[in-house]
Structures are given as structure tokens and as C-alpha cells.
Write a protein that binds this ligand. Structure first.
Ligand code: C2E
Ligand code: MG
Ligand code: MG
Ligand code: MG
Length: 283
């Protein structure tokens, strides 16, 4: 098709498109092997109440590529979704995060991101149920983060799956709220447990438009009796604004960066040491 658009353009675009395609295929191949080569791991970022109490951690995937070094999930998740290997990666992530969270004390929750692909194929509620049984994690301590894109397409099927997940006792959070499509109707069609305001609004809070959107989402949460978490909180000014507006929960570099869980051992409590002494902790 590029050729029909004129010779000059075709000559200009084809090598670049070719390069991108080869790049994607190469990442796809490497991703397939990444799991078995143990190149994937999870970092954990604290989620806190506005007064600084740690409530839980979000698990975020990291890929340490043998040649490329660290590859961002914003690069490799779409590639994994396209090739389908996200199904395996998603299962590994869920199991790994749930297993890790059983080491934490004080009822801290773990939040796990789900891909829309995991809703379209396989039996997600069955998998989550099996992993909860296998790890022994209390269902209410697992929170699944989904974006609005899950609800696009086969909406009825997505809602049915969400209901089955909720029936297991896990929490469902709407991630990146405000960046997708027709967000408001989605809030009506499913009883979410939490709304996460996208970090793009928090970062631009000094702009009246972003401030207005944050206020509106916090008001929405209040009206629907849903806790609202602000993402991407980096500065004291942002935190002060959110506190003044009545935002209940925060997440961001100001509270803590995504890091290996070892770096947060003092925050997650003594459960790991206890379990190790009784020989039940697997590692
Ligand atoms: P997300 O779920 O919205 O995660 C929040 C992203 O914001 C993370 O980027 C996190 O590192 C970053 N972040 C947190 N606080 C701050 C801050 O104060 N400032 C800035 N500039 N950034 C902050 P990350 O880890 O690169 O992940 C990006 C996206 O990749 C995630 O967005 C999520 O959509 C996806 N992702 C990550 N892990 C998984 C996973 O296990 N499964 C799936 N399906 N997607 C994942
Ligand atoms: Mg998330
Ligand atoms: Mg987000
Ligand atoms: Mg995001």
C-alpha cells in the first residue's frame, strides 16, 4: 500500500517499517524465552493512604534483557500481547505476586495489572481461583488493575468475567482512569472497588484543566463511595493539592519507587522471617 502512495514516500518509509518489524520480531522471540531464562522479575511500588500509611504494593514487571539491558513494560507488554505470550507472562506474574504477598504482614494488599488479552482468552477467573488456593493468599488481599480497554469490544463477556473475579473476593481497580473512552458509563456497568487517577493528570496539576479533572474524579469517587488513588505523585505540591481535595490514596516516586521487594522488607513486616524459620517460605 505504501507504494501506491507515491514512489518517494515508499522509498522513505519501507526501510523504517522493515526495521521496526524486524525489531518487533526479535523482541517477540526473546520474550518467548525470557520466562524460562528467568529474565523477568517483579518490582513493587507502595500504595499509601494520604496520611502516609502503607496499604499495599503494586507489582510491576521488569525485563532484564541479556543484550539490551532493562526493557520497559511499555515496550514489551504490547509485543507480548501481540504474540500471545502475555498469557504465560500474566500467569507467572499473578502467581509470583500472590506468593510474595503471603510473606507480608498486616493485611497489606498486592495489586496486579491485567492485560485485556487475559480477558479474551483462557479462563481468567479459574486461573485466579487456582492461584489463590495454591498460594493461600486471602482473596481480599489481591487487587486486579484493569484499564478501560478491557471493557471495549465484547463488553458483556468482560463484565461477566469481572463479576466472576469479584465473586472470588478479590478487588478490582480501574487503572489509568480518564485516559480511555467513555469512562463514566463503565463505572455504571460494573461495581469497581477503586479508581486510579492517571499520572498524566497528577503531573500537570499546576494546569487548571488537569486540576479540574482530578477534582471531578475525586468527587466521582466520593459520590460512588469508591476510594480514589492518585498515581505518579512526585512532589510535595502535588500531594498537598490531593490532600486538600480529599483524595484518599496515593502512589508515586514521592512515596516510593518501584523496587525489588527486598528493598521494602522493613515495610512489609516480619512475616517472611517467621515463615522462613518454620520452613514454609519457598524461594
Ligand atoms: P501502570 O499500571 O499505570 O503503572 C504505573 C506506571 O507509572 C509504572 O510504570 C510506574 O513505574 C510508573 N510510576 C509510578 N510512580 C511514578 C512517578 O511518581 N513518576 C513517574 N514518572 N512514573 C511513575 P512501569 O512500571 O514502566 O509500567 C508501565 C505500564 O506497564 C503499567 O502502567 C502497566 O500498564 C504495564 N505493566 C507493568 N507491569 C505489568 C504487568 O505485570 N502486566 C501487565 N499486563 N501490564 C503491566
Ligand atoms: Mg497499574
Ligand atoms: Mg496507571
Ligand atoms: Mg499505565
Amino acid at each position: 500500500r505504501a507504494k501506491q502512495e507515491g514512489r518517494g514516500r515508499a522509498r522513505f518509509f519501507e526501510p523504517e517499517m522493515d526495521r521496526q518489524l524486524r525489531e518487533k520480531r526479535s523482541l517477540q522471540r526473546d520474550l518467548q524465552a525470557a520466562l524460562s531464562r528467568r529474565e523477568l522479575h517483579l518490582h513493587y511500588q507502595p500504595q499509601a493512604s494520604i496520611d502516609g500509611r502503607i496499604l499495599g504494593f503494586e507489582a510491576l514487571l521488569r525485563w532484564q534483557h541479556p543484550k539490551r539491558g532493562a526493557v520497559s513494560p511499555t515496550t514489551f507488554i504490547p509485543v507480548a500481547e501481540e504474540s500471545g505470550v502475555i498469557m504465560e507472562i500474566g500467569e507467572w506474574t499473578l502467581r509470583e505476586a500472590c506468593r510474595e504477598a503471603t510473606n507480608w504482614s498486616g493485611g497489606l494488599h498486592v495489586a496486579v495489572n491485567l492485560s485485556p488479552i487475559q480477558f479474551r482468552h483462557g479462563d481468567l477467573p479459574g486461573l485466579v481461583h487456582a492461584i489463590l488456593l495454591e498460594t493461600g493468599l486471602t482473596p481480599s488481599r489481591l487487587e486486579l488493575e484493569i484499564t478501560e480497554s478491557v471493557l471495549i469490544g465484547d463488553h458483556a463477556r468482560a463484565i461477566a468475567i469481572l463479576r466472576r473475579l469479584k465473586a472470588l473476593g478479590v478487588g478490582i481497580a480501574m487503572d489509568d482512569f480518564g485516559t480511555g473512552y467513555s469512562s463514566l458509563s463503565y463505572l455504571q456497568s460494573f461495581p469497581f472497588d477503586k479508581i486510579k487517577i492517571d499520572q498524566s493528570f497528577v503531573m500537570n496539576v499546576h494546569q487548571p484543566q488537569s486540576a479540574a479533572i482530578i477534582r471531578a474524579v475525586i468527587g466521582l469517587g466520593r459520590g460512588l463511595h469508591l476510594p480514589v488513588t492518585a498515581e505518579g505523585v512526585e512532589t510535595d505540591n502535588q500531594l498537598a493539592f490531593l490532600a486538600a481535595e480529599g483524595c484518599e490514596q496515593v502512589q508515586g516516586y514521592l512515596i516510593g519507587r518501584p523496587l525489588p521487594i527486598e528493598d521494602y522488607r522493613s515495610l512489609v513486616g516480619h512475616q517472611a522471617a517467621d515463615a522462613r524459620s518454620t520452613g514454609t517460605r519457598r524461594c
